[in-house]
Every structure is written in structure tokens, then in C-alpha cells.
Design a protein around this ligand. Structure first.
Ligand code: 5CA
Length: 155
């Protein structure tokens, strides 16, 4: 298993998430691909998106249901400043993961996090595990606690 995937595994264990990381034969790089690979609804896929505060430069993590698009107005109100997309290099610096494999936990640096309330509507959800073909299944409230995320309306 790659270093990135091992970091997710260690973070999941440390947070008490009873989860197994699966390496899929096909790509899980996008929410749609992940849903196909996992045999679940796109809405059950957790997109782990890194944004940057336009004023502070601080990076923020939004955990968004795969079927939702972030409402930047709502996200800005939560963060207290406008947010812009982080670039792939910044994503890698803070999380240690490449785009398409960014996990909700196991980042290199701590990052303020919010979680899409729509994810709480599912019994089980799936998130990336540090590589573009690695995923894990968990329960929304367990992931919220593990990520230290605040639940909010993000779309
Ligand atoms: N493994 C899947 C499902 S868990 C996954 O990681 N999906 S994702 O949505 O969280 O990651 C892909 C996201 O990365 C895209 O939705 C897009 O918002 C973002 N992204 C893609 N290309 C770039 C880029 N060049 N710069 C910044 N973000 C990007």
C-alpha cells in the first residue's frame, strides 16, 4: 500500500473508524467513477475539496456530497471570508494527497473542516483513501467526528 493510503489507514484507526480501505480495479478519481466502483449513489460519495481563504490564505476542507456543487456564498459565510479553489500544489502540500485521491482524514497539516449536511442523510458513505483507486466506507457521523468537521449546508 502506498504511503498516502497508509496515512489514511492510520488516521482512520486512530479515530476509531472501523473501516477497510479498498483498492478498486477501476478508477475512483471522480465522484461518478467512485459511485460506479462502489455500487452506490453519487450522493453517497464524499468529495474532499480544498479551498483557500482569499484574505487569510488559510486552507479549508469542505466534505461535499458527490451529487452537490459547493455554493461559494454559503461557504464564504461559514469561513468568514471569500474562498477560492486551492491549486493542486497547495492541495498536495496540506493534505499530502494528489487531486482525485484526497481523503477527508490523514492530512499532513490540520485544516478547518465543514461537512455537507446532505451526507448525514445516508446510512453509509464512501470517501477517497489517498489514491485515485482507493476508497473506504464509513458512516457520516463517524466521519464527521474523525475529520473534526462542522456540519453545514454547503450547496
Ligand atoms: N476520489 C474521488 C471520489 S472520493 C475524488 O477525489 N473526488 S473529488 O471530487 O474529491 O476530487 C476531484 C475534485 O478535485 C474535483 O471535483 C475538482 O473539484 C477538484 N479538482 C480537479 N482538478 C483540479 C485542479 N486542477 N485544481 C484544483 N482542484 C481540482
Amino acid at each position: 500500500m502506498s504511503k498516502s493510503v497508509n496515512r489514511v489507514k492510520a488516521a482512520a484507526e486512530a479515530a476509531g473508524l472501523a473501516t477497510e480501505i479498498l483498492r478498486m480495479p477501476d478508477s475512483t478519481r471522480t465522484a461518478e467513477e467512485a459511485a460506479t466502483a462502489c455500487g452506490c449513489e453519487v450522493g453517497q460519495i464524499v468529495k474532499s475539496l480544498i479551498f483557500k481563504g482569499a484574505e487569510s490564505g488559510e486552507l479549508k476542507l469542505l466534505l461535499v456530497s458527490g451529487s452537490n456543487q459547493v455554493d461559494l456564498g454559503k461557504a464564504a459565510a461559514l469561513a468568514g471570508e471569500p474562498l477560492e479553489r486551492a491549486d493542486p500544489k497547495e492541495v498536495r502540500e496540506i493534505t499530502g494527497f494528489a487531486i482525485g485521491g484526497v481523503a477527508p482524514i490523514g492530512h499532513l497539516l490540520p485544516v478547518a473542516s465543514w461537512m455537507d449536511e446532505d451526507l448525514l442523510g445516508y446510512g453509509k458513505i464512501w470517501a477517497a483513501a489517498g489514491a485515485p483507486n482507493a476508497v473506504f466506507e464509513t458512516e457520516p457521523d463517524a466521519l464527521r467526528d474523525a475529520a473534526g468537521a462542522t456540519v453545514a449546508k454547503l450547496s
